[in-house]
Design a protein around this ligand. Structure first.
Ligand SMILES: Nc1ncnc2c1ncn2[C@@H]1O[C@H](COP(=O)(O)OP(=O)(O)OP(=O)(O)O)[C@@H](O)[C@H]1O
Length: 550
């Protein structure tokens, strides 16, 4: 199976002339030799540009490669722009799998004999089918006897094995590229594939998707901006998810939206608002916002409300990430590139020894042309793309969650402009950035800090009398110890003085005894000697004792 797959991949790569993408001089002799030996697999699409050949090859290799290409299309720091653009057109055209097989998966996962036990009108023909899962409609029998319109998302059978096998091959290929490409260190193919593996495997777990949906729904409870369908978590498993069926207009159906009298300006602005609310208020954002996952509710066209589905990919941000975004955007829109450079160095995002002037100049070079457009037309997504590309050149490791955010931002802005071309992004986004900055720096920051620490103090308060008592007791103990220490010191000093006195007396005794001997007065000398020994013994006993305290 593995060798057949390797054969198929190698054949596809060569038939689409993808080996042309790597200059021959970069390859070791044995790979060049190997290519010549495979002369019966020529490039059959010579007339097509490289980007298109890559796109077609990935499409023919199947969903794992298509999704990989889609992910790469957002990494403009890694790929030339024409190839990145072409990859953005990747479509996964996969035939649906048998609806009866889906039914059996549902019955097995939910541990029921027949689908009719829980659902009515299960549609064997899928409503939609994608590379990883397909969606069937049905009605859920509720406890009160009511029927609720729902959809059941089912992961494709055997997709896990295909994904694992293809990922393994992709990893081997990445390892070869990392070893042989001169640009291997910068392009980091192994890391790119590892990141992809994580995203893809996350998408295979519908329990994770259900949890994301519940969290988003809670964040937008009672919101006029966004509706998230209810997920029935008790009927959801790793490969099956039951969700309220929504009835909205796909956001890509611009003509239909206009025909229904939807306020397009408001709709576009609300899209940006939803995104910034998720980022700066909740730190939790839907990161797969392609138009197929966004609908507009049919109820009130003057106050259009979004409906979101497909919560397989979400991004989370910590306070540092948000500070990075807010401060950089504000500095950037004030065209203060020095500040942008300093922010990166001060926060340790780029190494301390980075030359600020050089970094500032690099940021200016890539960002200044953006200001040739009116402020209203500037894309935050492109600002981030340029900023990250420059920062990477200065050794900044851009965090995956920030790359995910940049990608989502590009989607949102593209969508906003498609809905309402005159959309003033800056006007819509600025209040969010300013509010967030004020919350971090102004009096609100103090209030927030008190609020955040309140539970800690509330927990410690009942212990306060004990802590005070213990504190006072230990202070008393310390004072008593200090006093003892002082007395001991005094005593030691006194001992030293006494010992000094007896030592001098002994020395004088020795000197006098020697003098008496020299005078021939033996009896006096003997008396003096005995006296000197007695005094000497006294001096020995009076010597200060050195004690080491624990
Ligand atoms: N709650 C729902 N109500 C109505 N239709 C839905 C619902 N959820 C999904 N669908 C339909 O099923 C399609 C596929 O759903 P979803 O995007 O969740 O699957 P997916 O496998 O992640 O697809 P993709 O990979 O294309 O994003 C949607 O485009 C939509 O048409």
């Amino acid at each position: 199976m593995r060798s057949k797959r390797i054969y198929r991949i190698a054949k596809t790569f060569l038939n689409y002339g993808l080996d042309d993408l790597i200059p021959a001089r970069w390859l070791p002799w044995y790979l060049r030799f190997g290519r010549h030996m495979m002369f019966w697999w020529p490039n059959k699409h010579k007339e097509k540009p490289a980007g298109e050949r890559l796109r077609l090859a990935l499409e023919s290799l199947g969903p794992v490669w298509v999704k990989f290409g889609q992910m790469l299309s957002t990494r403009r720091d890694l790929l030339p722009p024409d190839i990145a653009l072409e990859l953005a057109y990747l479509q996964d055209r996969v035939a649906p799998f048998d609806g009866h097989a889906a039914q059996r998966i549902i019955e097995k996962s939910l541990d029921i004999e027949h689908i009719g036990e829980l659902f009515q009108d299960f549609a064997v023909k899928p409503l939609a089918s994608a590379s990883i899962a397909q969606v069937h409609t049905a009605k859920l029998k509720q406890k009160d006897g009511e029927l609720k319109d729902i959809v059941i998302k089912v992961i494709r059978p055997d997709i896990r094995e295909t994904i694992n096998a293809d990922l393994e091959l992709m990893e081997s290929l990445a390892a070869v590229l990392a070893r042989h490409l001169p640009d291997g260190r910068r392009l980091k193919p192994k890391e790119v594939v590892r990141e992809y593996r994580k995203t893809l495997l996350d998408e295979l777990d519908l329990l994770r998707e259900a949890a994301n949906a519940i969290q988003l729904k809670r964040n937008f409870e009672d919101s006029e901006l966004l509706y998230i369908p209810t997920v029935y978590s008790d009927l959801s498993r790793k490969n099956v998810m039951v969700m309220e069926r929504i009835d909205g207009i796909p956001v890509s159906e611009v003509d239909m939206l206009k025909a229904r009298g939807v306020d397009m300006k408001k709709l576009a602005e609300r899209g940006v608002e939803v995104f910034f609310t998720q980022v700066f208020r909740d730190s939790f954002f839907h990161a797969d916002m392609h138009p197929g996952n966004i609908f507009v509710a049919k109820d009130d066209p003057t106050y259009p409300r979004y409906i979101g589905i497909d919560f397989g990919i979400v991004g989370t941000l910590n306070r540092e990430d948000k500070r990075y975004l807010a401060e950089n955007f504000l500095a950037f829109f004030n065209r203060d590139y020095r500040k942008v450079a300093e922010l990166h160095v001060d926060s340790g995002w780029v190494p301390r020894e980075t030359n600020i002037e050089e970094f500032e100049s690099a940021i200016r070079t890539v960002c200044e042309p953006i200001f040739e457009k009116p402020l209203a037309e500037i894309s935050f997504g492109h600002v981030l793309v340029n900023l990250f590309n420059t920062a990477r050149r200065f050794q900044m490791e851009v965090q995956p969650q920030l790359v995910l955010l940049q990608k989502t931002l590009l989607y949102i802005e593209g969508l906003g402009r498609q809905l309402y071309p005159e959309l003033d992004l800056w006007k819509t986004a600025k209040p969010f950035l300013e509010r967030w900055m004020n919350e971090q720096l102004g009096w609100r920051a103090v209030v927030r800090s008190v609020k955040e620490n309140a539970p800690y103090w509330a927990e410690k308060l009942p212990e306060l009398p004990n802590l005070l008592y213990d504190g006072l007791r230990s202070q008393q103990r310390i004072q008593a110890q200090l006093e003892r220490h002082r007395i001991e010191q005094l005593m030691t000093q006194q001992q030293a003085a006494t010992s000094q006195f007896w030592t001098i007396l002994t020395a004088s005794g020795v000197v006098s005894s020697v003098w008496l001997i020299s005078q021939g007065t033996a009896a006096w000398a003997l008396g003096s000697g005995i006296l000197t020994v007695m005094v000497g013994l006294k001096a020995w006993r009076a010597r200060p004792q050195i004690k080491i305290k624990e």
